[in-house]
Design a protein around this ligand. Structure first.
Ligand code: ATP
Length: 293
């Protein structure tokens, strides 16, 4: 099952492509992390998936439908934008009532339990909440909507560490109990490492890497050994990044095959190292790596 499928998807603002040639399959029932530097196109991809933006090229399908194509599609998709949008003049309670009125699958018990646990005063206007509390309210509305796919644009950036951990736990519970699919952008790779089993790395408006996290970790290796030219590596070892000192070379490769050369000291990678390697070397001019179809 696919939660989101994009084929050659692009979005152009005037003459600049904010997202280009984006081909993706995001599996349903999983948490997918969306990472990339500022301006890479993460919010643009989420906006296209939510139906807030129109593609300039290619196609996108979300939960089997065209984003923004009607009430049934809107009910399937929850979107919490980067600035945690809430109505400043409405109270927390009024937000919950509005959520119940607008969303056919609304889970009032969940919304109220969450608001109580976070300690939000239902009588307080959203405009009087702190930034983190506003984000908590917006996230509560997103989860209580009970969408098939929840799109979250940097949801935890303004939350304190405990609130962050609790929110991520709520999210994983919803995934396990209700089969929710999540696509979540974040700069906090350590958080993504805890909750994501699928990954998209966007760099310079393009998909640089995507796939199942376990599979990506299993096929990337850090090789350290005597200095050598990386062009001499076997053809099945794709070089992601390379560093040299006078006597030593450290190279990060993607390969399905075991590393047989005894000159290399072979190390495994964590998700953070993997992401940073792809971010540090944008691979300009190279074909996208790891696009899993
Ligand atoms: N409404 C707009 N008009 C013109 N250009 C835009 C608009 N929205 C985004 N862009 C441009 O598109 C590119 C991608 O922006 P986007 O917001 O998708 O990046 P991002 O990866 O979410 O960044 P960040 O991590 O800073 O939130 C940027 O160069 C940005 O300047």
């Amino acid at each position: 099952m696919t939660a989101l499928r994009a084929e050659g998807l692009g979005k152009k603002y005037k003459r600049r492509w904010a997202l280009a040639g984006c081909t993706l399959d995001v599996p349903a029932g999983h948490v997918t992390g969306l990472v990339g530097p500022n301006g890479a196109g993460k919010s643009t991809l989420l906006g296209l998936a939510a139906g807030m933006l129109e593609p300039s090229s290619g196609t996108i399908e979300v939960c089997g439908g065209v984003p923004g194509s009607g009430p049934a599609q809107l009910a399937k998709v929850g979107f919490v934008a980067q600035n945690a949008p809430v109505y400043a003049n409405l109270t927390v309670e009024e937000h919950l009532r509005l959520g119940a009125r607008l969303n056919p699958g609304w889970d009032d018990g969940l919304a109220r339990a969450r608001v109580a646990r976070i300690g939000l005063d239902p009588a307080l206007a959203a405009g009087k909440l702190s930034g983190g509390q506003r984000a908590q309210l917006a996230l509560t509305l997103g989860i209580a909507k009970r969408p098939e796919l929840l799109l979250l644009d940097e949801p935890v950036a303004s939350l304190d560490p405990l609130a962050r951990r609790e929110f991520l736990r709520d999210l994983m519970e919803a995934v396990a109990e209700h089969g929710l699919s999540v696509v979540m952008s974040s700069h906090l790779v350590a958080d993504l490492e805890r909750v994501c089993d699928h990954l998209i790395v966007l760099v310079d408006s393009r998909v640089r890497l995507t796939g199942d996290v376990d599979e990506l970790l299993a096929t990337h290796r850090r090789l350290t050994g005597p200095r050598r030219d990386v062009d001499t590596l076997p053809g099945d070892q794709r070089v992601v990044s390379a560093r040299h000192t006078d006597r030593q070379t450290t190279v990060l490769v993607r390969t399905e095959a075991p590393i047989l050369d005894p000159a290399w000291d072979v190390g495994e990678l964590g998700l953070e190292d993997l992401v940073l390697a792809y971010l540090a070397d944008p691979g300009v001019g190279r074909p996208d790596l790891g696009v899993v179809r």
